[in-house]
Design a protein around this ligand. Structure first.
Ligand SMILES: [Fe+2]
Length: 334
């Protein structure tokens, strides 16, 4: 952990608003910011979902999205990418609309899981204590939730297979998960205090949080609900993002936003509304940062008129995307 002096680097296409008050205040706020990787969480590993049409959603993720069905245990199907993680998505049958069962974070150590439980305090609760995992990858895990019912599985010592070499057009691993929050300052603080994440950047509508060298592994959408915003999959290169856009379009899932290159994170993107309003993103070239990175704030992250990404070639996000981003909520733990 180090204290950082501020410096201002904006990606091409951004304009810095010359508001003397905002600039001064934002510079003061940014003058001494603690930045570091999380001591407790190594990364986001996987997402568990329940869906009303298990087979159709499984077909989407294997035949169109590019994952591989790797296991089926007790009615839960597991899908891996080409990277080392045992799986990236699990699917089970639901009786109603699609739900988020958990977001699985990989802990750095067993001690880290204990530390997280200790720091949870009144900000959440342990749903299931640390115990061996029978799912693919194994290891040990505990499950916790925050006050509004976001559920996190914290896994440690899960088997990470040697990664097969990157395959064009196929997801390698999860890049990030974005969750909506109707109390974003509280959610951000939960991540800082409990998971030891750091704020990478804050725009008017999003808070980008990191736990490793990826610019963000989790982000929060500043909204009026606590739904899943989207799940992003890292593909090998820009060509895979673009070709994915064509493949999904041919399969009846047109690009809902993209192609483009984001500001914060500098990553390329194509977004789609998948089955059951699960929003998924292909992304590549995620900015790698270290302790020298200095968080920037809404007054820094501004766009020229009519522009919301660096390239400016994509139409604005399709209304169906915005609607879908309010549809998938966490399952209430039993
Ligand atoms: Fe994203």
């Amino acid at each position: 952990m180090i204290w950082q002096k501020t410096k201002l680097h904006l990606h091409p296409g951004f304009e810095h608003q010359a508001d003397p008050f905002l600039s001064t205040s934002s510079l003061v706020n940014r003058t001494f910011i603690m930045t570091h990787a999380s001591s407790r969480i190594a990364g986001v590993r996987s997402v568990a979902l329940s869906v009303p049409d298990l087979q159709a959603t499984a077909d989407f993720f294997t035949k169109i999205w590019g994952l591989e069905l790797t296991d089926n245990q007790g009615g839960i199907q597991y899908f891996k990418g080409t990277g080392s993680d045992a799986y990236l998505i699990s699917l089970r049958q639901s009786q109603g609309p699609a739900k988020l069962i958990d977001v699985t974070l990989r802990a750095r150590s067993l001690q880290a899981i204990q530390d997280i439980q200790q720091h949870l305090g009144e900000h959440g609760k342990v749903i299931s204590p640390t115990a061996p995992v029978s799912e693919p990858g194994g290891g040990v895990a505990c499950t916790i939730s925050d006050k509004v019912g976001r559920i996190y599985k914290l896994v440690f010592a899960d088997v990470q297979h040697p990664a097969s070499s990157d395959q064009k057009d196929r997801p390698i691993r999860l890049a990030h998960v974005v969750l909506n929050s109707d109390e974003i300052a509280i959610t951000q603080k939960f991540y800082e205090d409990v998971f030891d994440f750091s704020l990478s950047d804050r725009t008017k509508i999003m808070a980008f949080m990191r736990c490793n060298s990826d610019h963000h592994s989790i982000a929060f959408g500043d909204t009026d609900n606590n739904a899943l915003n989207h799940i992003a999959f890292l593909v090998p290169d820009l060509d895979s993002v673009m070709r994915g856009g064509g493949r999904l379009k041919d399969a009846g899932f047109p690009i809902a936003w993209g192609p483009g290159r984001h500001g914060p994170g500098n990553n390329t993107f194509n977004y789609f509304v998948g089955p059951n309003d699960i929003v998924v993103e292909y992304t590549s070239e995620v900015e790698q940062i270290d302790d020298n990175y200095v968080a920037r704030f809404p007054s820094d992250w501004t766009w020229p008129p009519g522009r919301i990404d660096q390239w400016g070639i994509s139409p604005m996000p399709h209304p169906t995307l915005k609607e879908a981003q309010k549809k998938v909520f966490f399952e209430t733990p039993t």
